[in-house]
Write a protein that binds this ligand. Structure first.
Ligand SMILES: Nc1ncnc2c1ncn2[C@@H]1O[C@H](COP(=O)(O)OP(=O)(O)OP(=O)(O)O)[C@@H](O)[C@H]1O
Ligand SMILES: Nc1ccn([C@H]2C[C@H](O)[C@@H](COP(=O)(O)O)O2)c(=O)n1
Length: 419
């Protein structure tokens, strides 16, 4: 594990840990010290760790595909513990300001001893790629993190570090890993991920073949290309179909139709693989845009704004305040992806969205179900949409009737695309 000098001079610390205990107040952060220290902010740790048994789990694995699979295994194992018996919190580990140093993990607080939980902890201790620690307080009320490993006789404690609460880093740590883990900024980066996982996901080969066969043009034709974006049920399908009729346009979507049969397979994969799939979908759609825009105006139902906004909102835990600041490089458009002439973001208030969702009654993707349940997530997706640049999106109030929305959008297209 990388070691570096941080905080107080003379004390060697490794990583910083952040535990998401309360979405409103933000994570509690702590550092590890080799020697015993006095914690000036002892209350924070007492509140965090409480009185019962506490464990933390992180995946340590060099290969990114395997790491993403172990992350999933860890999450599934922990969620098999009945929620009455424990509290599970997201817990990150990172080196402040060091890109790609962010590691996701979990803190498990037990409310009572029981065999299901002990069995899960024991199983995780035996997974080589998972690092397990426990947290204990000594008689001076100082907290220690102890690394645990399995042995013939039971669990053995190896290294232990003194735990000291620290302040929050300047930027939310999950931002350190967004580039090329959650959002891809070139065809090659996304392509590499699916190549690396083609042994464990045979369907990747079909996606790679379609990506290889894509039309690779750097410019659109002479007709405008208009992308319609927005959360689920904001009226994208209704509007794009009306625009197609009204403008005599070609209607495309991302992911493109050719990827539809493969989409459910990738939707249940960890973020790294799932996002790479959607990224490649955008490049395939880009080829279709290039071809169609030489013949007629093109309307596109979702494109890169959706891929980036959902990925960023999922990667960053907590509220809108944790998103990368406006103008951050995570919001930049990929240099090798064909940009549209205009991006319109449809917005409606959450209550109207609920009414439309209920009225429609269709099956939702896992992420859309999450949007429903999680008000914070919905806000983050919309805010990330608004922060994406070059091209930035123009917000459209999509609450009026379908016909009024259509007229409003036709006028916008006429003005912005100089038709
Ligand atoms: N302007 C509008 N006023 C009232 N209802 C609308 C309006 N536009 C669409 N709807 C209705 O809202 C529901 C969702 O619309 P639609 O399917 O067009 O949304 P969407 O953004 O394409 O959703 P998804 O992203 O899930 O495909 C549908 O039942 C549709 O008839
Ligand atoms: N270009 C795209 C299109 C969609 N997605 C992801 C984001 C959501 O998880 C989901 C929404 O799609 P829908 O249910 O409206 O078909 O798909 C993406 O990442 N990139």
């Amino acid at each position: 594990m990388a070691r570096r000098m941080i905080l107080n001079l003379g004390q060697w610390c490794s990583r910083i840990f952040g535990v998401e205990c309360d979405k409103r107040t933000g994570p509690v952060y702590f550092a590890l010290h080799k020697d015993k220290q006095t914690d000036q902010r002892g209350n924070e740790l007492r509140q965090l760790f409480g009185d019962g048994k506490v464990y933390s789990f992180h995946v340590r694995c060099k290969d990114r595909i395997q790491r993403s699979k172990f992350d999933e295994l860890l999450q599934n194992k922990l969620s098999s513990i009945p929620s009455d018996d424990c509290t599970i919190m997201e817990m990150s580990s990172f080196l402040p300001s060091v890109q790609q140093s962010f590691i996701k993990g979990f803190l498990l607080k037990l409310n009572s001893d029981n065999t299901i939980t002990e069995k899960v902890v024991d199983e995780l201790l035996r997974v080589d790629a998972v690092s397990v620690c426990s947290y204990v307080q000594d008689r001076d009320e100082v907290w220690w993190q102890q690394h645990l490993s399995p042995s013939e006789e039971g669990t053995v404690m190896s290294t232990r570090y003194c735990v000291i609460a620290t302040g929050a880093p300047e930027l939310h740590p999950s931002i350190l890993n967004i580039i090329n883990n959650d959002v891809f900024y070139s065809f090659e980066e996304a392509y590499n991920v699916l190549t690396e996982c083609s042994d464990i996901i045979p369907e990747s080969k079909a996606v790679l073949d379609l990506a290889d066969q894509r039309i690779d043009l750097s410019e659109t034709g002479k007709f405008p290309v208009i992308v319609i974006e927005g959360l689920d049920a904001t009226g994208k399908t209704t509007l794009t179909e009306s625009l197609k009729e009204a403008m005599n346009a070609a209607l495309l979507r991302s992911p493109p139709h050719c990827l539809a049969p493969l989409r459910p397979r990738f939707d249940c994969e960890p973020p790294l693989i799932r996002r790479a799939f959607y990224a490649l979908g955008n490049y395939i759609t880009a080829g279709q845009i290039a071809r169609e825009s030489s013949k007629a105006p093109v309307i596109v139902d979702r494109y890169w704004h959706s891929t980036a906004a959902y990925a960023i909102a999922t990667a960053v835990s907590g509220g809108v305040g944790n998103l990368p600041a406006s103008r951050s490089e995570v919001y930049r458009w990929p240099k090798d992806l064909l940009p549209p002439s205009l991006v319109l973001l449809l917005t409606i208030d959450p209550e109207e969205r609920q009414r439309r969702l209920r009225g429609r009654g269709l099956e939702q993707t896992r992420e859309e179900a999450e949007l429903e349940a999680n008000h914070l997530f919905r806000q983050k997706v919309e805010e990330a949409y608004r922060r994406i640049e070059d091209p930035a999106c123009v917000t459209v109030d999509a609450s009026p009737s379908p016909d009024k929305v259509l007229q409003q959008v036709l006028l916008l297209i006429k003005n912005k695309c100089h038709l």
